[in-house]
Write a protein that binds this ligand. Structure first.
Ligand SMILES: [Zn+2]
Ligand SMILES: [Zn+2]
Length: 445
C-alpha cells in the first residue's frame, strides 16, 4: 500500500493534525519535520482529489470530504464550497485524535519552560517528556491497527521540538550526557518540572581545634527533637565540621540541601592538620552554580572562625563522591602526645621507634567502636615512628601508618586487642592525651 493510500485510510477513520499524520511516516524524507510531512501528504491528496473531481469522479469528492472533516484542511473545505457541494461545518473535527491539538501549544510551553529556567543558573539542559499513559497507548493501538512501518513515537517528537525551541529561546544548548537541568514537560497537561542536577564541590579541610565532631551529631537522648539535656538544640555538639562547611556553601548556591562526604574521619578530640582531609559537598537543587570558589572558601573560613579551615575548593563530578568514599587513605601521619604511668627514658623511646617502625600491627576492632563495626582483626603497617620526650612521663610520637589504623589503641593496647602496642613494648601503661592528624594521603581520586 502506498503512502497516500495509507494516509487516506488513517484520515478517514480519525482526525489527525499535520504533526500526527506526518509522524506515521517519520523515517521517510530525511531532514523534514513531521508537520511538513503531514502537510505534504495532505496537499498531494488535495491535488489528486481535485484532478479526480474534475473528471466527475465521486472518489474526488470523497477525498475532499475526508480532508475537510478530519484533515484540518481549509483548502479542501473551500474547494468543496466552490464545487457547490453544501457542507455542514458542524461535521468538521476540531481535535486531533492522537495529540489533542497539543502541538499547537508547544511554543507557549517552551516559553513558559524558559521562564522557569530563569530561576536557575545553568549552562545546558535536557528535555524529558511526561505523557499520560493513555496518550501513548492510543498511539500504539493506532500504529498496530494501520500497520505503521516508518512511524516515530509521539514522545520523541515532543522532546525534539521542545528541545529545539527552548534552546533557541534560552540560547543554551541541549546536553544529553550531563545536563545541569532536566526539564520534565507534559505537553498534554502543560505541567513543567525542573530537575536540577546536584553540584559537587571538593576541597580539603583542617580542624584546628579539638572537640568538634566531623558530622552533625544528634543528641542521643531526644534523637534530634530537642530536649533539656541538649539545651533544645537536638545536637550533642553545637557545631560540626560538616555544618561549618555546608552552611555557607548552601547559602551561596541557594540549594535545598547539602550532603557532606569525607575520606575517613578523625575523632572528636583529634585535630586534623597539615594539608587537611579531602571532602566533597553535594548541593541538591542549586539555584546558582557559576560560583567564585575563592570567595566561598573565604566565607567558610570566616564563618568557622578559625576552628575549621577549607582550601583548594574545586568543582568535581558525581563519580568523585564514590571514589572518595571508596578510597581508603593510603597513608596517614599522626602526632600523638602520650602519658605514661611511670617515667620513660630516652632509651625507652629509641626502643619504641625501632620496634614500631616498619612493623605490622595486629588490631582487633577497638572496644570503643565495636558497637558499629564488625569484630575483626586487621593488619596495618607502620612506616615510621619518631618519639620525642616532653617530660619524665610524657612523650610525643609522630606516626606514619597505613590508613585505617586506630592510633589511640596503638598507644594503649586496648586490653591486648592491639599488638604490639606502646604499652606492651615498654611494659608501661600509656594513654593518648592529645591526637592530631597531620596528613591524609589518599590514593589518586
Ligand atoms: Zn496531532
Ligand atoms: Zn536532646
Amino acid at each position: 500500500m502506498g503512502i497516500l493510500e495509507k494516509a487516506l485510510q488513517m484520515l478517514e477513520k480519525y482526525p489527525l493534525c499535520d504533526h500526527c499524520l506526518g509522524r506515521q511516516f517519520a523515517f521517510l524524507g530525511r531532514g523534514m519535520e513531521n508537520d511538513e510531512r503531514g502537510k505534504a501528504i495532505k496537499n498531494i491528496l488535495l491535488m489528486e482529489a481535485q484532478a479526480l473531481a474534475r473528471k466527475k469522479k465521486d472518489e474526488g469528492t470523497r477525498i475532499l470530504k475526508i480532508l475537510a472533516i478530519n484533515g484540518f484542511c481549509k483548502r479542501a473545505l473551500e474547494t468543496l464550497t466552490t464545487m457547490g457541494r453544501c457542507f455542514s461545518e458542524k461535521k468538521v473535527a476540531k481535535t486531533c485524535f492522537l495529540c489533542g491539538n497539543s502541538f499547537e501549544v508547544v511554543d507557549v510551553l517552551a516559553k513558559r519552560a524558559v521562564e522557569k529556567l530563569r530561576e536557575y543558573e545553568y549552562s545546558n539542559f535536557l528535555v524529558g517528556i511526561e505523557l499520560p499513559v493513555e496518550v501513548e497507548e492510543r498511539e500504539d493501538e493506532f500504529k498496530a491497527y494501520f500497520d505503521v512501518e516508518y512511524g516515530e513515537n509521539i514522545r520523541l517528537e515532543f522532546g525534539r521540538i521542545l528541545g529545539k525551541k527552548i534552546a533557541t529561546y534560552s540560547q543554551k544548548p541541549v546536553e544529553h550526557r550531563k545536563p545541569d537541568i532536566v526539564l520534565l514537560l507534559n505537553p498534554i497537561t502543560g505541567e513543567i518540572r525542573a530537575q536540577v542536577n546536584p553540584l559537587h564541590i571538593a576541597g580539603f579541610y583542617k580542624k584546628v581545634v579539638r572537640g568538634i565532631p566531623q558530622s552533625k551529631w544528634f543528641c542521643t537522648n531526644c534523637r534530634g527533637k530537642g530536649c533539656e539535656k541538649c539545651n533544645w538544640t537536638g545536637k550533642r555538639y553545637p557545631e560540626s565540621v560538616e555544618e561549618l562547611i555546608s552552611e555557607p556553601i548552601l547559602k551561596a548556591t541557594g540549594g535545598s540541601k547539602a550532603l557532606f562526604h569525607a575520606s575517613g574521619r578523625e575523632d572528636v578530640d583529634a585535630r586534623m592538620l597539615g594539608r587537611g582531609r579531602p571532602f566533597v559537598i553535594e548541593v541538591a537543587q542549586p539555584r546558582r552554580r557559576f560560583l567564585n570558589l575563592k570567595e566561598i572558601e573565604d566565607d567558610v573560613n570566616v564563618n568557622a572562625k578559625g576552628k575549621v579551615e577549607v582550601s583548594e575548593l574545586r568543582f568535581v563530578d558525581k563519580d568523585f563522591v564514590r571514589k572518595l568514599k571508596k578510597a581508603e587513605p593510603a597513608q596517614k601521619d599522626y602526632c600523638v602526645t602520650v602519658e605514661f604511668e611511670r617515667e620513660v627514658s630516652i632509651a625507652d623511646l629509641k626502643l619504641l621507634e625501632k620496634k614500631l617502625s616498619g612493623s605490622v600491627i595486629k588490631q582487633r576492632t577497638p572496644l570503643r567502636v565495636l558497637h558499629r563495626r564488625a569484630d575483626l582483626t586487621r593488619e596495618k603497617y607502620i612506616y615510621k615512628v619518631k618519639a620525642k620526650r616532653l617530660s619524665p612521663n610524657r612523650a610525643e610520637l609522630k606516626v606514619r601508618c597505613q590508613g585505617g589504623l586506630y592510633v589511640k589503641e596503638l598507644v594503649t593496647g586496648d586490653e591486648g586487642r592491639t599488638t604490639p602496642s606502646v604499652s606492651e613494648i615498654l611494659g608501661n601503661k600509656a594513654k593518648p592525651i592529645k591526637l592530631d592528624v597531620l596528613k591524609v594521603i589518599v590514593r589518586k581520586v
